[in-house]
Design a protein around this ligand. Structure first.
Ligand SMILES: *[C@@H]1O[C@H](CO)[C@@H](O)[C@H](O)[C@H]1NC(C)=O
Length: 360
């Protein structure tokens, strides 16, 4: 998520969701993220794009006060709290997903809580309900989560895992907005934008693109993917600056999640982790414990033998949960680093000790 504040009514009056999309995607001609190992390294740009998470915070005041009446989130599986599952798309999430906190799969690609969950909790707000959960009539008084696993910012294609592209999420949002406006007739609005992480350090990418050791850096991460992620983040940061110029009343906060995550991977033992790049829940054993054919919790027959992607005993020793997503322990670390205010533009470290009682 990055930082920008937009007054909600201005947003609806002046931002054409399509043009917003074009801005984000313009310099990233990207191919599809979800094809198999045939993809080129540059196809991974789609991953870069898909990993951003944008939250729109509705706030009655300016400044970082963390007193928001509602939060709306857009993103992919890194912040999906059940949309893809509610839509009945793809394989169901199996145990041991969710085991560390929810004690069962909870729509999240994680053993427990996501960064968005920790941030909501820090603001004393309930976890965001997925938009598509609305059939069950949950409360959307505090906002709504439009994130869906596999989403990319460019429109979904026939190869996409999720049909809920950023554009569709935005369209859903604008439909939802009319109801929200009845609840929230006034107030400043803010954007909170997380950049993308070191994608080259995900076990999935290392398994697929890192077979040649010359492609790996000293941490065992795929260098080209991390370079692409950094380039993308530079442009995202620039975009955030431009948006501030376009929307004078807006607050746009850009959060450098890449730096937090790369520091965690490079200095993992200092932060209490034992394994920086292997998946806790996977198949194939160390060093990476990831096989693209078997998702966490799945059992399949491979070469005539039954194979199950099982979880490690203690996921708090691992940064990577399932080869693609972080563990709850890593999400907690990232969340607490975000909340120091030191990785944000504009910085809010000076305002921090105050606004939030950290619960973790
Ligand atoms: C690891 O920690 C050291 C000491 O704090 C720091 O200088 C270095 O930048 C960190 N590595 C990364 C990749 O952030």
């Amino acid at each position: 998520m990055s930082t920008s504040r937009l007054r909600f009514r201005q947003l609806s009056a002046h931002i054409n969701p399509a043009s917003f999309l074009v801005w984000l995607a313009a310099s990233h001609p990207c191919s599809n993220p979800n094809t198999s190992s045939r993809r080129s390294p540059m196809a991974s740009l789609a991953y870069v794009i898909s990993a951003i998470c944008v939250s729109l915070l509705l706030s009655p005041a300016s400044g970082i006060d963390f007193d928001y009446p509602a939060v709306f989130n857009f993103g992919d599986s890194n912040s999906d709290t059940g949309d893809l599952i509610a839509a009945g798309i793809g394989d169901p999430l199996l145990p041991p997903n969710g085991r560390a906190y929810f004690s069962k799969p909870a729509g999240r690609f994680c053993d427990g809580r996501l960064i968005i969950d920790f941030l909501m909790d820090a603001m004393d707000m309930p976890f965001l309900n997925a938009y598509l959960d609305s059939v069950g009539a949950p409360s959307f008084q505090k906002g709504c989560n439009f994130a869906a696993a596999g989403s990319t910012i460019l429109p979904a294609t026939k190869y996409s895992v999720s049909p809920f592209s950023f554009g569709i999420q935005v369209a859903q949002f604008f439909r939802f907005k009319n109801q929200v406006l009845q609840l929230q007739t006034k107030g400043a609005r803010k954007f909170w934008i997380h950049n993308t992480g070191p994608l080259g350090c995900l076990s999935q990418n290392i398994v697929i693109f890192g077979k040649d050791p010359s492609k790996l850096d000293k941490f065992g991460c795929v260098s080209s993917h991390n370079r692409a992620a950094k380039l993308f983040n530079i442009q995202l940061h620039t975009l955030c600056t431009k948006l501030r110029g376009v929307f004078a009343d807006a607050t746009i906060t850009y959060i450098d999640v890449f730096t937090i995550k790369f520091n965690l991977i490079a200095n993992f033992s200092r932060y209490g982790f034992e394994n920086p790049i292997a998946a806790c829940c996977g198949y194939s054993g160390l060093p990476l414990n990831y096989d693209p054919r078997i998702a966490c919790g799945q059992t399949k027959v491979l070469k005539g033998r039954s194979a199950t992607a099982k979880a490690c005993d203690d996921a708090t020793e691992y940064i990577n949960w399932d080869g693609i997503h972080y563990t709850e322990a890593a999400n907690l670390h990232v969340s607490s680093q975000i909340l120091t205010g030191r990785y944000s533009d504009p910085p809010f470290a000076d305002q921090m000790p105050f606004a939030l009682k950290l619960k973790f």
